[in-house]
Design a protein around this ligand. Structure first.
Ligand SMILES: [Mg+2]
Length: 258
């Protein structure tokens, strides 16, 4: 058995802040591919990310949910706004499901049009698409430090792997692997990786994912770090079990400073 050391990273909210890209790509998907009669897309909408979208982002697990949220925000009748978002959030999964049903959509199709929207922008103006992402430079330099120490870095994301790869390449980061949503659930991927690698840590901004890792007997030994700088719900920081450590951006280097 190999004992190659590795750190695992989530992508969105951990390595990059892609808020503008999520809004832009989901809005473009609504405009170009969704065919909904409930919306009309005005070009001004692309300029600013509404607060309601930023506020709901911590509840999002998969990209397709963002299309649905953007659709609700830009609806001409009864749009989702900051002041009525709590009802939506309080029953988040049920509401997403209901909107899918009401519109006769399915998650796979929405995910496909999000990927299509990204690919459209990449083909049209790659640089502009990349520039919608803001990397967390402390994380990038931590990844470079890992490389110096011959510790690998691996990415597990719910984004399409190809899109994460394109952005990382621009940042001059070439991880050992990138597993996107097409590779299965994070927990199953982590289970497999424990057979090949010595996992020094998993840095993720979705608390539920880390809880699942800790509750699975095959992966419970993986040190789990909740990225304080990511898309967290207010309550995530308060009720942390002591198995999951809250990690601050300015102390990320300490994970390898021995
Ligand atoms: Mg994330």
């Amino acid at each position: 058995m190999s004992s190659q050391k590795i750190f695992l990273f989530d992508f969105d909210g951990v390595i990059v802040d892609g808020m503008h890209e999520y809004w832009h790509s989901s809005l473009l998907a609504c405009e170009k591919y969704l065919n909904s009669h409930c919306i009309s897309v005005n070009q001004k909408l692309y300029k600013t990310v509404p607060n309601s979208f930023k506020e709901i982002r911590p509840w999002v697990k998969y990209g397709w949910e963002m299309i649905l949220i953007v659709h609700e925000i830009i609806k001409t009748e009864n749009p989702l706004k900051s002041d009525n978002k709590d009802d939506f959030i309080n029953n988040y999964h049920h509401n997403c499901q209901k909107i899918l049903n009401d519109n006769s959509w399915n998650a796979e199709d929405l995910q496909k049009i999000l990927d299509k929207s990204r690919q459209f922008q990449i083909d049209k103006d790659f640089k502009s698409w990349v520039n919608l992402h803001n990397p967390f430079f402390e994380v990038i330099s931590f990844m470079q430090e890992l490389k110096k120490r011959q510790i690998k870095a691996g990415i597990i994301t719910t984004k399409g792997g190809i899109f994460a790869e394109k952005i990382l390449k621009q940042l001059n980061i070439f991880p050992e692997f990138i597993f996107g949503y097409e590779s299965g659930t994070k927990i199953k991927i982590a289970e497999k990786l424990t057979k090949t690698y010595e996992i020094l840590g998993f840095i993720e901004d979705r608390k539920k994912t880390l809880i699942d890792i800790k509750q699975n007997s095959e992966t419970s030994h993986i040190p789990c770090f909740l990225a304080d700088w990511g898309y967290l719900k207010e309550s995530d920081k308060n009720k942390l079990s002591n198995e999951i450590k809250l990690l601050k951006l300015d102390s990320i280097q300490e994970l390898v400073a021995i």
